[in-house]
Ligand binder design. Structure first.
Ligand SMILES: Nc1nc2c(c(=O)[nH]1)N[C@H]1C(S)=C(S)[C@@H](COP(=O)(O)O)O[C@H]1N2
Ligand SMILES: [Mo]
Length: 198
């Protein structure tokens, strides 16, 4: 099984690379519309139920990479903090608080939406959003925030970093040509919308 780097998966940092990050001391704060807001330590994240899913990260810039993503289902995280009925969106913040993006709760509750720490059995490096990142295979990759430090449970939607710069708020994956990083960047067709299968 290949790593993301071995497949030459593009590395995107709109806000600039954060540099080396301390996995063991990583914390993710989950706050907002929930009964039990909590700051999760790295060990607490690993102590939550762990789920591995096979799916693709697919960029609006038209490349896609498939593999085994592992972490905590957002559904399980939401259950753990007691998400309120008024929670309608999740807003992810990346380290440095420059990059953010928000998704509707119905997408967060889907079976493959994760707070992910591993790809194909290895912990994610900083390049690819480690220690933990959002992994939302149902929407364009800009909804999968890297190096997540905070998740706000929101009653109202706010546009994020890329959404404010012209990408759609819905991030609905659209049909068309797309490079498959698992196949050396060969151009294939996305059937779309929704989770990508080649
Ligand atoms: N913090 C942060 N997260 C981010 C981005 C970014 O620039 N900064 N780019 C997004 C976009 S557009 C895509 S397609 C994926 C790419 O993930 P990768 O860099 O791990 O391949 O990360 C998303 N998450
Ligand atoms: Mo992207």
């Amino acid at each position: 099984m290949k790593t993301l780097a071995e497949m030459d998966t593009p590395i995107f940092w709109a806000e600039g690379h954060p540099g080396a990050l301390d996995r063991e001391n990583w914390e993710v704060k989950v706050t907002g519309a929930c009964a039990n807001p909590q700051t999760f330590s790295w060990n607490q994240i690993l102590a939550l139920p762990q789920t591995e899913v096979e799916s693709r990260l697919t960029s609006v810039t038209r490349w896609s990479v498939n593999g085994l993503w592992k972490g905590v289902l957002l559904k399980d995280l939401l259950e753990h903090v007691g998400a309120a009925p008024s929670c309608r969106f999740l807003r992810f913040w990346s380290v440095g608080y420059i990059y953010d993006t928000s998704i509707p709760i119905d997408i967060a509750l889907k079976e493959k939406s994760l707070l992910a720490h591993s790809f194909n059995g290895d912990f994610l490096t900083e390049d690819y959003g480690g220690p933990v990142r959002g992994f939302i295979p149902y929407l364009w990759g800009y909804k999968s925030a890297k190096c997540v430090v905070r998740i706000d449970l929101m009653e109202h939607y706010v546009s994020g970093f890329w959404e404010l710069r012209g990408y759609t708020d819905s991030a609905k994956i659209e049909a068309g040509p797309c490079r498959d990083m698992n196949d050396g960047g060969a151009i294939k067709e996305i059937q779309g919308p929704g989770e990508v299968f080649f």
